[in-house]
Design a protein around this ligand. Sequence first.
Ligand SMILES: [Zn+2]
Length: 213
Amino acid sequence: MAQVAETQKPEAGWIPKTKVGRMVQAGQIVSLEDIFTQGLKIKEPEIVDVLLPGLKQEVLGIGFVQKQTDAGEKSRFKAIVAVGNGTGFLGVGGAKARQVRSAIDKATLEAKLHVVPIKRGCGSWECRCGQAHSIPFRVKGKCGSVGIEIIPGPRGLGLVGGETPKTVLTLAGVKDCWTRSFGSTSTLGSMAYAVYESLRSTYGIVTPKDWVT
Ligand SMILES: [Zn+2]
């Protein structure tokens, strides 16, 4: 019986609450590209479970948050999670809860709701292979006091940078690039959001037909 539970799909028993969710379940929307080209919003994590079956997740940080309230001291855990399918879709989310496990679970759901397409390509002048191993051009992103610049690199370079940028880039499916970070990286989640924002901006200047790589 245990095996049945393990092979059960996460979306099994899902009752969609939104129009987009119902369209996904009915098979009227069969890819995330459909959702983004039509300007629709993902409001249920199950949409991502159905449309991106190979999604991977990484816990990027766990913090402890203490807050003074009328009822006394309230302490909670904060988790930052990134999700990605390794071929151009990425999400980052954060959440707080009294238990570490539930903070991670809630952050994972948040990350799924924030999945966006990442434009990959080869913007490296040393390389010019035209394949989707890097990003098409240099991008920058910021979150709070943390900034990051991501620079296309030639094939075989690998990812040059800190642990968090490397993990997020890997989830997005970017294999070769340099990164340069600025500011204080001590705030939990800031670096992950900065990388997410910069990768997200790869779609700022292209049209939907360029999405498929
Ligand atoms: Zn290349």
